[in-house]
Design a protein around this ligand. Structure first.
Ligand code: B12
Length: 502
């Protein structure tokens, strides 16, 4: 009997059991929260548990004996998840493994990896509901939209499910499953809320561009919630726990639409919890900034990405001018909204001087926090395809990811020695420029490549990052946050490998 039949046979006699397997860090995995809440809305009687391999024992998941084991995985974690799944297949009763999240969405070929039974591409609420429904009714699961299925050796590749175009209809994501499990998350007073999904732009390195291609003709990609729905979620959360800061984690905050912003400002003002949003330069107007500030916006993330206009336009598909970037950062900062301006260095088709241009533009814009990341090619996005076409990355690059994002970089032609050196001195040079008007081209080479510079730089990053997320949590709270971020690799840097129970 194939594993699908074995599992469905058991479901005929027993209540359906689902297990999410996820290593918690300091950011609640909201995708899982949404899936949990959606399933519970339709099937209040099914059993769903979360197992964290760092916190829970192997025996506990074995005793639970799930019918479905669900993984939410990014490219950096996927190899570990596949390995873990293989191990579970050896010790648990037969179960069906289902992988969803960014990696399977853009790299569905992972269905061919050992012990991967199903992958979900795109948003998972409706597909997962249909899967559970089919399992409960003992009907065929091979043609459910959203999934690729390795069914007893035959591959079924279904298209993506249409997007839910009314986000207000979704139940608020479940969070208690995370708080019950992790005392770190329980004590954390900064939370993430998703006011929107998707994006209107096509940046070549971002998943949204790839998502649009996958869903062409299947509905609106950028969808946002009503201000009322968002404020209702905040109020519900506030009544259950202490919240000192909110991160509105959508790729683009809906406040770029002025009528929406006016209504949001009015409804949110009484909440009085400082918050952070993600914006796009073209949309930042003095009126938007004023409304944001008035209702409590403390900081905004507004990417520069790269300091060379021609390069940005040709390779990153970002057409805004340097002046526009600088102006919008200044508009926000002048209203008292502190700006974090993410950048990428070590990009393909660049000389190192392009990275120095990025630092120079960051200095001109004078954003509060600007710590560059080293470009990583992720599957399913145009810039990665360009790298593959020009043979700048190994065609097996996807298998090379691991949790330490910075060191898995491997773009041919990029001088990683210099790039790492710039990453370790970026903020220091930014302040030297601000205070002493140094010449970047000269001082990049003058600063010694030493651990001391790296430490100073890390210290400055830490100080200014805390200005972006400035909220009350005391010294001990700050230290705990830093420690958790570093041991869980939440920011792509891990100080030591996490000890996993399985
Ligand atoms: C919040 C966030 C984080 C958080 C936490 C991520 C988390 N696990 O929740 C933090 C800050 C830790 C983080 C870190 C990183 N992130 Co991040 N992150 C995001 C972000 C902005 C939102 C994720 C989210 O919660 N979305 C909202 C929920 C509702 O959507 P969702 O998670 O996709 O879940 C839906 C579907 O995917 C699906 N689904 C998800 N899981 C499952 C499971 C099953 C079984 C099923 C059926 C369906 C399903 O259903 C869900 C509901 O519809 C996304 C961009 C984005 N907008 O999605 C990037 C994104 C996921 N991150 C990305 C990257 C690259 C990173 C970093 C590597 C960045 C870095 N250089 O440090 C690190 C990795 C750290 C690590 N340890 O691996 C990439 C991933 C690309 C890839 N191919 O993997 C994304 C897509 C952004 C991008 N650059 O394009 N990130």
């Amino acid at each position: 009997m194939n594993i699908f039949n074995q599992v469905f046979d058991d479901i005929k006699r027993n209540r359906i059991r689902l297990a999410f397997v996820y290593t918690l860090s300091i950011v609640e995995p909201i995708g899982i929260g949404y899936l949990y809440a959606y399933l519970k809305k339709f099937f209040p009687d099914i059993s769903i548990e979360l197992f964290d391999p760092r916190i829970d024992s192997l025996e506990s998941i074995r005793d639970y004996s799930p019918h479905f084991v669900l993984y939410s995985t990014m490219s950096g974690q996927y190899m570990d998840d596949v390995k873990r799944n293989k191990k579970l297949k050896q010790v648990l009763k037969p179960f069906i493994s289902v992988f969803g999240g960014a990696h399977p969405t853009y790299f569905p070929e992972m269905i061919n990896d050992e012990a991967v039974d199903m992958i979900c591409r795109g948003e998972g609420e409706e597909p997962l509901k249909n899967l559970v429904e089919a399992a409960a009714n003992h009907s065929d699961i091979r043609n459910i939209e959203g999934f690729w299925i390795n069914y007893n050796g035959s591959l079924y590749k279904n298209g993506l499910a249409p997007l839910n175009d009314n986000l207000d209809d979704l139940p608020f994501p479940e969070r208690d499953i995370f708080y019950k499990k992790s005392h770190h998350l329980r004590r954390y007073t900064r939370i993430s809320i998703y006011p929107a999904r998707g994006c209107t732009f096509n940046c070549s390195y971002c998943h949204n561009g790839g998502f649009k291609t996958l869903l062409r003709g299947r509905g609106k990609i950028y969808r946002y919630r009503s201000p009322k729905s968002i404020v209702d979620e905040v109020v519900a959360l506030q009544s259950a726990r202490k919240i000192n800061f909110i991160e509105f984690s959508a790729d683009i905050f809906p406040g770029i639409k002025i009528d929406w912003m006016k209504e949001f400002a009015e409804r949110y003002a009484p909440v009085k919890i400082p918050f952070n949003v993600s914006l796009r330069a073209e949309f930042v107007k003095p009126e938007t900034a004023k409304l944001l500030r008035k209702c409590g916006c403390a900081s905004a993330s507004m990417a520069i990405e790269n300091g060379n206009y021609e390069y940005r336009k040709k390779y990153l598909y970002r057409n805004m001018t340097n002046d526009k970037l600088v102006e919008s950062i200044k508009i926000l900062e002048s209203e008292g909204i502190r700006v974090a301006s993410p950048t990428m260095i070590g990009l393909p088709f660049t000389e190192f001087s392009t990275d120095l241009d990025t630092l120079k533009l960051t200095c001109t814009a004078n954003s509060t926090y600007a710590n560059p990341t080293i470009f990583q090619p992720y599957p399913g996005v145009p810039l990665t395809d360009m790298c593959l076409e020009h043979d700048l990355i190994d065609k097996y690059y996807v298998k090379r990811y691991h949790e330490h994002a910075a060191s898995s970089a491997h773009i041919k032609g990029v001088d990683y020695d210099k790039v790492m050196r710039l990453r370790n001195s970026f903020t220091t040079l930014k302040f030297l420029k601000k205070w002493f008007d140094i010449d970047i081209d000269v001082w990049f080479y003058k600063l010694p490549k030493s651990i001391l510079i790296k430490l100073i730089n890390t210290g400055l990053n830490y100080i200014y990052f805390n200005k972006i997320y400035s909220y009350k949590r005391g010294f001990l709270g700050r230290m705990r946050e830093l420690y958790i971020a570093l041991i869980t690799g939440a920011y792509g840097v891990t100080i030591r490998k996490l000890r996993m129970n399985w």
